[in-house]
Design a protein around this ligand. Structure first.
Ligand code: PEP
Ligand code: MG
Length: 347
């Protein structure tokens, strides 16, 4: 941000905006084309959404499904816990837009920076390190079960009406295998109660301990989705919202790059796929690093889908892999950023 820019800065800004508009126009013209690298590697570019109204934007902007439905927003926007029926209605509205395309529903990640007014969580000195995500779901297990019931009921309805469902369930903030076991067991008991079809069950990788035990988790889960926002915050011990420090919490840090590689390796050795649904996936240069590390799904906001797809189509996967190997040897964020500053070497 330039406050009171001089004439030259203003002119420069206007020129930049014009150039940016042209780039966006070109990207938008190709937004419905698949994201396939020059040498034929397909990457699923899907979207992050929060509300039923967002679902329309996914397909309009070239998204191929939903990689993250942040359901906590359905809870935040009401004055009491939404009933199972209300939750079903919201999910059905999204499913009606998406058809049988993938829809990963993340169970409510309440707490941290996403408090809910009607849920009286006692004051915590460090809410990001407190009652959040799956921990809160276990504390309010009946509420967790009602949310799972809504998801499974929607899956049953979609399967009965269309013959298939793209619904997946994902648990946030899993940091230990016992949390996964408990979440899976609760989900399975709700499924049996509803008599719904089995859905793929996955977890967010956003707590560093999950990376360290990714080999064990990968045996069990159907997929991983890396939450680079929280994974960065918890790895760097920097509050993702801190006004002075958040710029230092960048996902180019070698610790993050190596953790992503560890996660992909663990998943691959058990035949599972890895996506990224944090903000890192929406930066086209960072996206090339993620794909080079073996990530096969990028989940971004609908507004970013076209530019990420465009970048994937412009590059060569084998070269991305070679470049990622180089990135894994580097010792600073600056060095990784410099390596990915331009992608001329990837065409
Ligand atoms: C993340 O942590 O990267 C993520 C996608 O989850 P949220 O931003 O909702 O915490
Ligand atoms: Mg998160």
């Amino acid at each position: 941000i330039y406050v009171s820019p001089d004439e030259a800065t203003q002119k420069n800004g206007v020129q930049w905006i014009e150039k940016w508009k042209q780039i966006r126009k070109a990207e938008n013209e190709q937004k419905h084309k698949a994201a396939e690298t020059l040498d034929g590697r397909h990457i699923d570019v899907v979207c992050n959404i929060a509300k039923p109204e967002d679902a329309k934007l996914v397909l309009e902007n070239g998204g191929e499904g939903v990689g993250l439905l942040r359901t906590e927003f359905l809870f935040e926007s009401s004055t009491a816990e939404p009933t199972v029926e209300a939750q079903c209605e919201s999910l059905k509205a999204i499913v009606e837009e998406l058809g049988s395309r993938q829809l990963i529903v993340r169970t409510a990640d309440i707490g941290g920076d996403k408090p809910v007014s009607w849920l009286h969580i006692p004051h915590e000195n460090n809410p990001f390190l407190g009652m959040r995500g799956i921990r809160l779901s276990f504390k309010y297990e009946a509420m967790f079960r009602r949310q799972l019931e809504a998801i499974y009921r929607t899956a049953l309805w979609q399967t009965e009406t269309t013959g298939s469902t793209g619904l997946h369930i994902m648990f946030p903030m899993i940091g230990r295998i016992s949390e996964w076991n408990k979440a899976r067991d609760i989900a399975e008991s709700v499924r049996l109660q509803v008599d719904a079809p089995q859905l793929p069950l996955g977890i967010m990788i956003e707590v560093p301990s999950a990376v360290m035990v990714a080999e064990d988790l990968a045996k069990e889960v159907d997929f991983f989705s890396i939450g680079s926002n929280d994974l960065t915050q918890y790895t760097m011990a920097i509050d993702r919202l801190h006004p002075d420090l958040c710029n230092e919490a960048d996902s180019y840090h070698p610790a993050l790059v190596r953790m992503i590689e560890m996660t992909v390796k663990a998943a691959r050795s058990h035949g599972k796929w890895v996506g990224v649904c944090g903000n890192a996936a929406a930066n086209p240069n960072m996206a090339t690093l993620l794909v080079g590390l073996g990530v096969t799904e990028l989940s971004v906001s609908p507004a970013d889908a076209a530019s990420v797809k465009n970048m994937i189509r412009a590059v060569n996967y084998l070269k991305l892999k070679e470049k990622a190997i180089k990135a894994l040897q580097l010792e600073s964020s600056e060095a990784v950023m410099e390596l990915y500053k331009n992608n001329d070497d990837l065409f």
